[in-house]
Design a binder for this molecule. Structure first.
Ligand code: FAD
Length: 416
């Protein structure tokens, strides 16, 4: 019997003995964590089985086929898990990884600041050591899910006398404390996924440092690489909320809060999957201009899917990650824009009508005003192009005037 078939048999056997849709959700997910089937690609020591990606996919399929619920994987949780697995102390792994899998804790990513988005290494939120704690002061912005997060992945400046990338440190911060104020922001598409987060003498114990002091940039790169690969957002590792049994009621309630900020993400991707169907339903398929644009968008969509598949195959063969992260991120912006353009060709001026007045209950309008987010979140298109030109194609770097001196002496428009 092949290795894959024997793994599939083992999962099926385990599920038939253990899966019970009337079990409390956290209890079931703890069983998944203990068995290693919840995250079979993770190390054995940390709730996994060290399985290669191909076998991980087989396990996921078996869980889906059984209609069983998987571990909690939505939102920033998996960015937190990937970062902690690679850089954190065993103390932090012990404290957080299991609760990430059970869904007991929600996370947010406290990176961007009003003066530092693309220029993330220019951030000015400061952490100053006082006794056994770090004292945090500063402001973050665009923080998805901070309004229901228990913990944040926090990038701060701990040394102002070295160059900008050298003086950053990465911490886990508790959001619910007195010194952290979360203020929701409302977007033009009506959703409120983001927040401003103000930290005033917030406290982070020393043992919440992730990676080494002043080496937070490398840790942040792990988080961002995973974000560009798509480890955040809408991944589901279960049959969702469709089954019979009390566990699905709990899952539905969890989705209502944890998934709420991501409700519009399918629209921000442009809904290329709706183009043909809507063109046929509305008759726009007969319009030669619309047909040409649909073909162009579908070609982009297909080729970006193939590129993603090529990246997955390379991963299966154990090859190191290539340029696909940045290329894929850039491709997703192009696909989203092309698909949004097609939707306006199909629906014309009606595309601007919202809610029940607009086509697909206003979702076409939601596509148009959500698509710009794809080319900003997780690194803008221009930044991806810079990465591709400098790191992949080896073109000369842009001249810089901010890395040759201590950060304290870099001119900036925010005082600290
Ligand atoms: C949907 C969404 C979710 C997000 N979630 C989070 C989150 O959870 N946590 C978090 O910390 N942040 C989050 N962000 C913020 C995001 O990371 C930043 O918006 C992004 O990094 C861009 O930074 P900025 O908005 O400050 O734009 P800026 O950096 O001010 O950029 C403005 C413009 O200048 C261009 N530009 C800047 N520098 C260069 C350069 N060197 N070369 C060429 N062009 C350049 C940019 O491409 C852009 O067009 C989110 C954003 C979105 C849209």
């Amino acid at each position: 019997m092949s290795e894959e078939n024997s793994v599939r048999d083992e999962v099926r056997q385990w599920l038939s003995e253990n899966w019970d849709p009337d079990m409390p959700l956290v209890q079931w997910r703890n069983m998944l964590a203990d068995s290693g089937w919840g995250v079979p690609g993770w190390p054995k020591q940390w709730y996994g089985r060290n399985l290669p990606v191909a076998l991980v996919n087989a396990v996921q399929e078996e869980i889906l086929n059984a209609g069983a619920v998987g571990v909690a994987q939505s939102g920033v949780r998996m960015l937190a898990a990937a970062t902690l697995l690679e850089h954190a102390t065993d103390f932090l792994k012990q404290k957080f990884l299991r609760r990430i899998l059970t869904g007991e804790d929600n996370w947010c990513q406290l990176f961007s600041e009003p003066g530092s988005g693309s220029d993330l290494a220019g951030l000015t939120t400061r952490a100053d050591l006082q006794g056994d704690n770090w004292n945090i002061n500063g402001q973050k912005v665009w923080t998805t899910s901070a309004h229901h997060a228990q913990y944040g992945l926090l990038l701060t400046r701990t040394d102002w006398d070295v160059s900008k990338h050298q003086g950053l440190s990465y911490f886990v911060i508790e959001i619910g404390q007195v010194g952290v104020e979360v203020r929701p922001l409302r977007q033009m598409n009506g959703h409120a996924s983001f927040n401003e987060v103000f930290m005033t003498d917030a406290v982070v114990p020393k043992d919440m440092l992730v990676g080494k002091l002043n080496q937070g940039w490398a840790v942040a790169m792990t988080t961002l690489a995973n974000e560009r690969r798509g480890a955040d957002g809408l991944r589901q590792f279960s049959s969702g909320d469709a089954g019979e049994g009390s566990i699905f009621k709990e899952l539905e309630a969890e989705n209502k809060t944890a998934m709420e900020p991501y409700k519009w993400y399918p629209q921000r991707a442009g809904r290329a999957d709706w183009m043909l169907e809507r063109a046929k339903a509305t008759g726009a398929i007969e319009d030669p201009v619309a047909r040409q644009e649909i073909a162009r968008a579908l070609i982009l969509h297909k080729s970006s899917q193939w590129m993603a598949r090529r990246a997955r195959e390379a991963q299966l063969l154990g090859r190191p990650q290539g340029p696909e992260g940045s290329l894929g991120k850039l491709a997703s912006s192009n696909v989203a824009r092309a698909a949004a353009h097609v939707h306006t060709l199909i629906s014309g001026a009606d595309s601007m009508l919202s809610k029940e007045d607009g086509p697909v209950n206003g979702l076409i309008a939601e596509i148009l005003i959500s698509v710009p987010a794809v080319s900003i979140a997780g690194g803008t298109d221009e930044i991806q192009r810079n990465i591709i030109s400098e790191r992949v194609l080896g073109l000369p770097k842009e001249p810089r005037t901010d890395t040759d001196r201590p950060f304290r002496d870099v001119p900036r428009n925010i005082t600290s």
